[in-house]
Design a protein around this ligand. Structure first.
Ligand code: CA
Length: 379
């Protein structure tokens, strides 16, 4: 089996009603899908989390020429070669996000070649289903009363759908944040876990004040409280609050996560499989984090292909401490508006009553609808 072509598909779709997190209003959903064709007739699909056109440029100009005409089977060897190809100029960010997309597509091909799901090739499954938490509850209006009314209804919707955990956004200022989180805890009661995410929108003082004020509200974790570079700030906050500290979606490869582990910065790491270096690197990060006793709940914010890749990883993530009451990793289930997330798949990944099923077909276990790729292609 030899690779005959590698194509990057940058995608974008406007959404009807924008929503906001601490950094921006979102009015368009984007994605980067990579397609690897072979002379055996098999096609592998990958997903890269990052700005679509720059990722496509790295794939087209740097990675694709190196891989065309070669076997897709030697996994670690290809990973090391592509990482090294941009080592002098990359090491993280767009270079590694593009590598992630390629790596996921190569795993999809290997699975199809051997007739096995990726999680079997990776030594699993450890689990066949994964509890999902709803990622949503973004700001939807600048009018506080209207915003609270909308988010109250949204939270109730997740409860009605059977979710046992959900996440909201903070980083809009102390009074705003604490009013929102208090309101949501009132709505949810003790029926679901509640997580908060600042998308690194606080400085150390703001993060410490907010954490202290949220402690009585039974917050499952405080995500990306401060800038991803400020690992000392993370560690300081972690020592000063009873709320578990999470982060890592803006960190890349074992190198960044080694620094996170050594700094004692986090209780829960959240590498994005489509950004941290692909399935190959995500598994290696998981194995490294396991020796430090950290939880690993992958960040997921991509197309259905990225979701499928996250499910394959979740199927093989080690349990932190095996026991009857063992903590199991959680799926971040993006529940915000997205015109092509699961629409891209012939069969969506099933999520019911807050539990997602690991795809069992060969490779990532999904089939892609080409007409959806064409419809949302960035021009
Ligand atoms: Ca996040």
């Amino acid at each position: 089996m030899k690779i005959t072509s590698i194509r990057a598909h940058p995608l974008a779709a406007p959404i009807d009603r924008p929503f906001a997190f601490s950094q921006a209003w979102v009015d368009t959903r984007v994605g980067l899908v990579v397609e690897i064709e072979t002379d055996s007739g098999l096609t592998g699909w990958g997903d890269g989390y990052g700005p679509p056109k720059p990722l496509a440029s790295v794939i087209d100009n740097i990675y694709a020429p190196r891989l065309t005409g070669r076997s897709p089977l030697p996994g670690d060897a290809i990973w090391e070669e592509l990482y090294n190809a941009l080592r002098d100029h990359g090491q993280r960010g767009i270079a590694v996000q593009a590598l992630s997309a390629i790596d996921i597509a190569l795993w999809d091909l290997r699975g199809k070649h051997f007739g096995a799901p990726v999680h079997e090739l990776m030594g699993g499954p450890v689990r066949r289903e994964v509890r999902a938490y709803a990622t949503g509850l973004y700001r939807r209006s600048d009018d506080t009363a209207e915003n609270h009314a909308m988010l109250r209804e949204e939270a109730q919707g997740y409860l009605d759908a059977g979710f046992t955990a959900m996440k909201t956004k903070v980083g809009f200022g102390f009074q705003d944040d604490i009013a929102l989180v208090g309101m949501l805890r009132d709505v949810i009661g003790d029926r679901a876990e509640l997580f908060v995410d600042a998308n690194h929108g606080c400085d150390r003082v703001q993060a410490a004040r907010l954490a202290r004020a949220m402690e009585p509200l039974d917050i499952g974790w405080f995500e990306e409280p401060v800038a991803p570079e400020d690992l000392e700030g993370y560690a300081e906050l972690r020592r000063s609050t009873s709320i578990p500290i999470a982060g890592g979606e803006c960190s890349f490869t074992r190198h960044d996560f080694r620094r996170i582990l050594e700094a004692g910065a986090m209780d829960i790491i959240q590498p994005d499989t489509a950004s941290c270096g692909g399935l190959t690197e995500a598994k290696r990060i998981a194995d490294m984090a396991w020796t430090h006793g950290l939880r690993h709940n992958p960040h997921v914010w991509g197309t259905g292909i990225g979701l499928a890749a996250a499910m394959q990883l979740l199927a093989v993530l080690p349990t932190t401490a095996p026991a009857f009451g063992a903590h199991q990793p959680l799926l971040e289930y993006d529940s915000t508006p997205h015109p092509f997330r699961q629409d891209l798949l012939v069969e969506p990944i099933p999520v019911a009553n807050g539990v997602a099923q690991v795809p069992t077909g060969p490779g990532l276990g999904i089939k892609v609808r080409r007409e959806v790729l064409e419809r949302w292609r960035m021009r």
